[in-house]
Design a protein around this ligand. Structure first.
Ligand SMILES: *Cc1c(COP(=O)(O)O)cnc(C)c1O
Length: 416
């Protein structure tokens, strides 16, 4: 059916149902006709503490009554100043400067532009970006350029810029990936930066790699004076078990991208954090050296207020305990599943493939599974035949049992 609303990553021609959600609380979404849906993927990886967390909702309402929006070039406001200060306090020390934007993709564009600006302003322009095979960094042109190529972006392929691709450091193939990175860093066309999703590729199939490999990659980049960009848009805010995935490898990137859970998942906001050398390269009396990026809603006060409430929740509520508990609960249930392959978990994220079925994002299985779970009042959205769960940290035992029970049924159903 033709629809006035054009939904993302949706083939309207297939006529699949699009349920209407009227309200939400915790890990539950409620449809306009009264169904209670368990949100097993945190509404596309954003909701950390649960939907409509009272503190975040209150902060939004109070800020909305006071100051809705103000140009951020040459003007400022308390919610942004406080947020930048608090972020610097909880992020690893060398990350001392905060640039605001409004989505994960934009935070990546900003990171890439910061890296190129750094090299230009130092008088040694570099333009080559290194990436890890299979990565996802967003859907704008620059973010697609540094992400995996495929059916998602074939229409735009000729417009995407060239990058150097380092193989994914799968278990047993780590050294080959490190050698490739080392060789690429030595190349005659000196790279400006290497961008990675730390510890786990999200949209690329929830593929996990070792913290030691991430640490070794960071070292190689530092040795060759290649900037290291960590895209923690998905992994940040506790998803992998720690506030940042990078901390499990004991590393600090030169540039860090955060979004999704930054406001607890309530409202769009992103930040790109940079170390002093990046900021200092743009610091000058010469306007031509300033950082040339802005969006209309840069550091929107209401979004910043939501993020400040998220940080207060991290400071004052037992968030880490909730994350640890969710990790243990998922591990127990994952271990009980039969008929699955490559069961894997990191922090609050669990993933596996169903044994003996064709793979790939476009495999017909993904949409069939999506419908299977939707019919059981569960929001689970497989990536091809990769089923993954990434619930809000507040999810209860009964909801997890419902999810894992349905997964058990789905596996039997698929394997016939
Ligand atoms: C979701 C995601 C993005 C893009 O974020 P948007 O807010 O959807 O633009 C970028 N990088 C990673 C790792 C992501 O998971």
């Amino acid at each position: 059916m033709s629809s006035p609303v054009w939904h993302p990553f949706t083939q309207h021609g297939l006529g699949e149902p699009i349920p209407t959600i009227s309200h939400a609380e915790g890990a539950a979404l409620y449809t306009h006709d009264g169904r209670r849906i368990v949100d097993a993927i945190s509404s596309w990886w954003v909701t950390t503490h649960g939907h409509c967390h009272p503190r975040i909702m209150k902060a939004i309402a109070e800020q909305a009554a006071r100051l809705d929006q103000i140009i951020f070039a040459g003007w400022t406001h308390a919610p942004a100043e406080t947020l930048a200060q608090r972020l610097i306090e909880i992020m690893p020390a060398p990350l001392a400067h905060v640039f605001f934007s409004d989505s994960g993709s934009t935070s990546v564009e900003v990171a890439l532009k910061m890296a190129l600006g750094y090299w230009l302003n130092r008088g040694e322009p570099r333009h080559r970006i290194l990436v890890m095979a299979g990565s996802y960094h967003g859907d704008t042109i620059g973010a697609m350029s540094v992400g995996a190529r495929g059916v998602f972006n074939q229409a735009y392929a000729p417009l995407l810029f060239d990058v150097g691709t380092i193989p994914f450091p799968a278990a047993g193939a780590e050294q080959a990936a490190l050698d490739a990175l080392d060789a690429a860093c030595r190349g005659p066309d000196k790279p400006a930066a290497f961008i990675v999703e730390p510890l786990i590729l999200g949209a690329g199939g929830m593929l996990i790699y070792a913290a030691e490999t991430l640490a070794a990659m960071r070292t190689i980049c530092a040795q060759h004076d290649v900037l290291f960009i960590a895209d923690e848009v998905m992994t940040g805010w506790g998803r992998t078990g720690t506030l940042l995935a990078c901390s499990q490898a004991g590393i600090v990137p030169d540039i860090l991208c955060l979004s999704k859970g930054l406001t607890g998942g309530a409202i769009p906001l992103a930040v790109t954090l940079a170390t002093p050398p990046i900021y200092d390269a743009h610091f000058s009396e010469d306007r031509a050296k300033q950082f040339f990026h802005s969006s209309s809603y840069t550091a929107n006060p209401i979004a910043c207020a939501a993020a400040n409430a998220n940080l207060a929740i991290w400071r004052e509520e037992p968030v880490q305990e909730r994350i640890d508990l969710l990790g243990r609960r998922q591990a127990e249930r994952l271990a009980g599943l039969r008929g699955i392959a490559n069961a894997r978990q990191i922090g609050t994220i669990a993933a596996f493939e169903i044994e003996d079925v064709a793979t790939g994002y476009m495999s017909a299985l993904g949409p069939r599974l999506l419908a299977f779970f939707r019919d059981r009042d569960l929001l689970v959205r497989p990536l091809g035949n990769t089923v993954y769960l990434m619930p809000p940290y507040c999810i209860g035992e009964a909801d997890l049992d419902a999810i894992y029970g349905a997964i058990g049924e789905a596996v039997e159903w698929v394997r016939g």
